[in-house]
Design a protein around this ligand. Structure first.
Ligand code: TPP
Length: 563
């Protein structure tokens, strides 16, 4: 009964009990914030307090934890670190990941008096959160923490910020009559599965069944909903090819005969060609944003489209719709599967032949690079080796930029139990996110793919990984540069860069394996393609954090999107 368990307690006791009650196993932070709460966590809970080397990486770890576990990830900072933490919420916001951030904040007794380290941080959280609020009175701990969880996981998920009074959130030392009530419903995604309206389902299904060249574009909403099995079942029943966004890449294994690859800007040519030849596009759990549609060129605006989403505001935002279905992806696709008429699949035989030909053309075109024995190694070969050797239940965590292009386009998931998580745009996200993912899913192997520029960002977290035995394997595509930028600088230098222009995108040659060893991780350096698979297997068996430093070709550039 609500209110039944009210008793006099400190904010710290209440917060520790509530976080444990919500199933939180790890919090990521730079102290000093909510110190008493940390002491209570030790006394009352088993929550691991992961002390990181920066607030941004703490936020990225919480994000990786959330995406891997389906439960909110917690990160924290004192007042001076608050904006570093806010910067780290930006990727979670873009990727719709349920991260909850706690910071220390201003005290009414001293604000505006030039207090050490203080500015008003709250407005900076506004653009990267769904709910951004202050907790000024200890008696508000229970309802505000509940609202934080409710908001983070509901509808389209996303980050939440609570600022606790006091630069270190010292309000947690105060006492009140409180009940540390937990609403288990909001401890994980999705709290509810709204059913679609039947007439809308029938309208969408009619269009799909009558189409001769339909394609499904599946997004991150499919993974948030756990709807991959229903998606694949519907595609198989009706013989419809499936493209994915980068965020939805694990909605269907790349090895599935109906999979055409990731569509959009960081994409696979076959996916863009198939989507652009379709006579009907069915968007599921995707915002139809710029990256997924190659800035609304794939498919072209005006292509007949239908869309399924849990958020009504997403329906039709970028493509006028012939049918819109509001509902949870899993229950909506399941309902469509129940009502589907398998016989209509026959009319798509010619389309499927055409789609297979397009996919085979892609594979033949890139086979020489995917199997290349060149030294220094080609990144395509790393992707092909990963497709082959990543364990069946692994989580692969991928950085952005070139890493997003290489893996988005060239890597194939081979098993429905494999997961794929990607940076929504921030270079340097993948390594800390991969450490957080390992905390969120400790029983699963976690493999990070990042460039060296991406790895440099948070290299100090190797020490955190060692200290906390976060046994993530990090594959560094080490070309001693941020060579995705090469094309752009070629362009602005009129086709040929000056010698000096190299200072804009190249680095000193560094052996990351050696640096990692020094910090207590296992470092493995790979210089030849044949060494990669044995090194990966050794890394996976090591049960330690591993940096697999792969020396690659600085002239290797990922193919640009076809539209
Ligand atoms: C926070 C942030 N700053 C800048 C960029 C722009 N950016 C995208 S890729 C890239 C270089 C990537 O280098 P690396 O990770 O080494 O991969 P490579 O291109 O060498 O394969 C940069 C600077 C970004 N995506 N995010």
């Amino acid at each position: 009964m609500i209110g039944h368990n009210r008793r006099r307690m400190t904010g710290a006791e209440c917060l520790a009990d509530m976080l444990a009650g919500y199933g939180v196993t790890h919090v990521f932070m730079v102290p000093a914030v909510l110190r008493r709460t940390f002491a209570e966590m030790e006394r009352r809970t088993k929550i691991a307090r992961i002390h990181t080397h920066g607030e941004k990486s703490a936020a990225y770890m919480a994000d990786g934890y959330a995406r891997a576990s389906g439960r909110p990830g917690l990160c924290m900072a004192q007042v001076i670190g608050a904006l570093n933490l806010a910067a780290g919420l930006r990727d979670a916001y873009l990727a719709h990941s349920p991260v909850i951030a706690f910071t220390g904040g201003r005290d009414p007794a001293t604000k505006f008096r030039k207090v050490y380290q203080e500015v008003d941080d709250v407005p900076a959280f506004e653009p990267v959160t769904k709910f951004n609020a202050t907790v000024d009175d200890v008696a508000r701990f229970p309802d505000m923490v509940r609202q934080a969880f409710r908001s983070a996981v509901s509808g389209t998920p996303g980050p939440v910020h609570l600022q606790f009074r006091g630069n270190e959130g010292q309000v947690d030392a105060e006492e009140a009559e409180m009940e540390p009530l937990v609403e288990a419903l909001f401890a994980r995604l999705p709290p509810f599965r709204p059913q679609p309206e039947l007439p809308h389902v029938r309208a969408a299904l009619d269009l799909l069944q009558n189409a001769e060249r339909p394609v499904i574009v599946a997004g991150g909403g499919v993974r948030a909903s756990g709807a991959a099995p229903e998606l694949v079942a519907l595609a198989e029943q009706l013989a419809i090819p499936v493209a994915t966004s980068l965020n939805g890449k694990d909605a269907i294994p790349g090895a599935h005969p109906l999979s055409v690859g990731a569509v959009g800007t960081y994409s696979r040519e076959s996916a863009n060609r198939v989507v652009n030849q379709a006579d009907l596009v069915c968007f599921v759990g995707t915002e139809t944003g710029g990256m997924t549609t190659h800035f609304w060129a794939v498919p072209k605006i005006g292509t007949p489209a239908i869309q399924i989403d849990i958020n009504a505001e997403a329906l039709g935002r970028n493509y006028p719709l012939s049918a819109a279905v509001l509902g949870d992806a899993k229950v909506t696709l399941a309902r469509m599967g129940e009502l589907a008429d398998r016989k209509t699949a026959a009319k798509r035989k010619a389309w499927l032949d055409q789609v297979r030909a397009i996919c085979n053309e892609w594979r033949e075109k890139y086979r020489p690079l995917l199997t290349s024995d060149a030294v220094p190694m080609r990144p395509e070969r790393i992707c092909a080796e990963l497709s082959e050797h990543v364990p069946e239940n692994a989580i692969v965590v991928v950085d952005t930029g070139h890493a997003g292009m290489w893996m988005g386009g060239m890597y194939d998931l081979r098993h429905p139990q494999q997961s794929y998580m990607r940076s929504a745009g921030h270079l340097g996200w993948a390594f800390p996110a991969g450490l957080g993912a390992k905390c969120g899913a400790p029983e699963r192997p976690v493999i990070v793919f990042t460039g060296d520029a991406g790895f440099w960002y948070h290299i100090g977290e190797v020490e955190t990984a060692v200290r906390w035995r976060m046994n993530t394997v990090v594959v560094v595509n080490n070309n001693s540069s941020g060579n995705q930028s090469k094309r752009g600088f070629d362009r602005v230098y009129g086709g040929k860069q000056t010698e000096q222009a190299l200072e804009l995108w190249t680095y000193t040659k560094v052996n990351f394996a050696k640096i990692a060893e020094d910090m207590g991780a296992l470092g493995i350096r790979v210089e030849k393609p044949a060494e990669f698979a044995p090194a990966l297997h050794r890394a996976l068996a090591a049960n330690r954090p591993v940096i697999l430093d792969v020396v690659t070709d600085i002239d290797a550039l990922a193919p640009v999107a076809v539209s």
